[in-house]
Write a new protein. Structure first.
Length: 303
């Protein structure tokens, strides 16, 4: 299963009960963070989660409301006696930007490993997470992220026997791609059935609607998308500032045929996002206005 927590839902500036944008997931003892706006580490604490298990941080872009909480978080992770390396993924120039922020967060006792995205789309495999970064349409270089927990097929006894796989290789092959027994190599596809549906979460903020969002969010169990404005009359402002309205996000969710949509990254002037949901749900009924520390436990679907 995959734990998902929307730590902050604010855009531009934090409010008393709304931290800036961040998402955290937990899977098999490893946590992943997307963005780290001001208030992120407070939200992690209030959720009752730990900094120590964060193994990777994905940054969408270099605007302050998405990265301003990073120095403090790294210091807190260091104070929690972390020594393992931390992977940070983000647009080209990431290392320079983070090192500049570390002027106020010196002495971190663990190594930072930077992965800079240069293409329109790149994929990474970290601690059981399959991460796809895809470029969106903002006024600076910005990426959305899809996180997948892949799931192999069920063990097939008859398939294993027909392929001549010895019984002592059966168990290891369920956990590895290949195993050598008595000098003969056997592969997992010789004992496993078709891959089963895994878990898929797509996260996108600070963008106009794009085909890349629809393509990468397709069939997601959870699609978390920016909704800077609830008011449709602010569409001109959304276009100018390269953001979205609630209804535009809902249209993307409908096109991508996702299971559920959470809205996030609200304008500071948007105090009650729930009051705009009637029109949004006409477009995509399974939409929820995101709230700080909104939580979902996503499980594998049984065949």
């Amino acid at each position: 299963m995959l734990d998902v927590c929307l730590l902050g839902t604010g855009g531009m500036m934090p409010l008393p009960r709304r931290a800036l944008t961040a998402l955290m997931t937990r899977y098999n003892g490893s946590s992943l963070l997307i963005d780290c706006g001001e208030g992120t580490q407070v939200s992690i604490r209030e959720q009752g989660w730990s900094f120590h298990s964060i193994d990777a941080i994905c940054i969408t872009h270099f605007h302050g409301d998405h990265i301003s909480g990073l120095p403090g978080l790294l210091l807190s992770m260091g104070n929690a006696e972390r020594t393992e390396p931390l992977v940070i993924i983000g647009p080209k120039g990431l290392k320079k930007v983070v090192q500049s922020l570390l002027v106020i967060a010196q002495g971190i006792p663990f190594k930072l490993e930077f992965i800079e995205i240069e293409g329109d789309e790149e994929q990474f495999f970290l601690n059981g997470y399959h991460i796809c970064a895809f470029k969106v349409n903002h006024n600076v270089v910005c990426y959305g992220y899809t996180i997948e927990i892949c799931r192999s097929g069920k063990f097939d006894v008859e398939k294993a026997k027909s392929n001549g796989v010895p019984m002592k290789a059966w168990s290891p092959l369920q956990k590895a791609e290949s195993v050598t027994v008595d000098g003969v190599e056997y592969t997992a596809d010789m004992v496993l059935g078709p891959k089963r549906k895994g878990i898929k979460v797509t996260y996108c903020t600070d963008s106009r609607p794009t085909d890349s969002i629809v393509r990468n969010a397709e069939n997601s169990d959870l699609f978390i998308c920016e909704g800077m404005y609830g008011e449709q009359e602010k569409i001109a402002s959304a276009r100018e500032k390269k953001h979205m309205t609630f209804c535009e996000a809902a249209e993307l969710a409908a096109k991508a045929e996702v299971e559920e949509l959470w809205l996030t990254h609200y304008s500071p002037s948007l105090i009650r996002p729930e009051q705009y949901m009637k029109e949004v749900k006409k477009i995509f009924p399974r939409t929820a206005p995101g709230k700080d520390r909104m939580y979902r436990e996503l499980k594998f679907k049984e065949d």
